[in-house]
Write a protein that binds this ligand. Structure first.
Ligand code: 8YV
Length: 325
């Protein structure tokens, strides 16, 4: 019997229960090998499926989205950031684009705090030392980091994740909170979280002991943290990036760290993933994670379910919950 259910093309492996849900409801074309699709394969997916579930590793640029005729009606992106999708080109193609906000807020905020703790307390260095058999035993001056309580955290981007970071750092770790966002939340919300709003990013950078980035990757935020702004940071400050690699000029960051303009960095995202600026790998005071912000079982399943909810809505002719284009 011919399968007349809508065709859903999934570009990467998803948690098993999400793939099962898709296979029950749709003619799901899964990616068992989990290899990222090429641009030609993405074009083919858009030309042959009714819906595509994509991820940050798929570049839906104007060339890919320019495929005609296009069969897909919805691109349900798995993740909150949509900088890998040319939204204007998607609109021109009549393609609805959705994302998966909310469900990854807590886990991403947790990871930012993990990087904050790892950098301030020098935990990466400690773990490397122990595994290398170089730990000679306890001593009063061994790997002294910096006290977290009472330090000043500067949060760049005060959306859902930035606010979740503020809550953890303020209520949980007793940090002083500064925030910068060109479109900040209401004053009452800032007061509730205990965030002092900075009028300029430069002001925040000059005052914070830890700077944590939580803004989306857009043309406006590309290299927001560049050589000039890195030079504004305090020499004992650290930079945490769980947002997007493009927000930081990675080469300038490596130079600034080498020259002692700031003390350390905790990074989960990079300008050219999966490659990492080689100079960063040499630096002891840098913690490097492989884009794990939302990587928990609960969150990855919830992201998958949210993507499925969105594509179901579009295919049924209803407005999706999380439309971004
Ligand atoms: C995802 C993320 O792992 O949601 C985002 O924007 O960076 C991560 O949660 C990734 O985008 C998956 O597509």
């Amino acid at each position: 019997m011919p399968d007349d259910r809508p065709v859903v093309r999934v570009t990467r492996r998803l948690p098993e229960e999400v793939e099962r849900e898709l296979s029950v409801a749709f003619d799901a074309r899964l990616n068992a090998s989990d290899e990222a699709l090429t641009a030609d394969e993405l074009r083919e997916a858009l030309a042959s499926a009714d819906a595509v579930v994509g991820t940050v590793t798929d570049r839906f640029d104007a060339a890919v989205l320019g495929v005609r005729p296009i069969r897909a009606r919805v691109l349900a992106s798995f993740g909150v950031g949509v900088d890998h999708v040319d939204l204007d080109a998607a609109r021109a193609a009549g393609l609805v684009v959705t994302n998966t906000p909310d469900v990854l807020t807590d886990c991403t905020a947790d990871l930012a705090l993990a990087l904050l703790l790892m950098t301030l307390r020098r935990l990466g260095e400690g773990e490397r030392q122990l595994r290398a058999g170089e730990w000679t035993g306890w001593r009063p001056t061994h790997l002294m980091g910096r006290r977290v309580t009472g330090r000043t955290l500067g949060i760049v981007g005060l959306g859902r994740i930035g606010q979740a970071v503020a809550h953890r750092a303020g209520a949980g770790f007793g940090m002083r909170l500064l925030g910068y966002d060109p479109r900040p939340p209401e004053a009452a919300r800032l007061a509730e979280l205990g965030i002092e709003r900075c009028d300029t990013l430069d002001d925040l950078l000059a005052r914070a002991d830890v700077v944590s980035l939580h803004c989306p990757a857009t043309e406006d935020t590309r290299h927001l943290i560049d050589a000039r702004r890195l030079a504004l940071m305090r020499p004992d400050a650290v930079l945490i990036n769980t947002a997007r690699g493009s927000v930081v000029d990675e080469a300038a960051l490596a130079r600034a760290l080498r020259e002692g303009q700031l003390a350390g960095a905790g990074l989960d995202v990079y300008e050219r993933e999966p490659s990492v600026t080689a100079a960063l790998l040499e630096l002891e005071r840098v913690v490097l994670l492989p884009h794990l912000g939302s990587a928990t079982v609960e969150t990855r399943v919830a992201m998958g379910r949210r993507a499925v909810e969105n594509l179901r809505a579009v295919l049924a002719g209803r407005p999706p919950r999380d439309r971004v284009a």
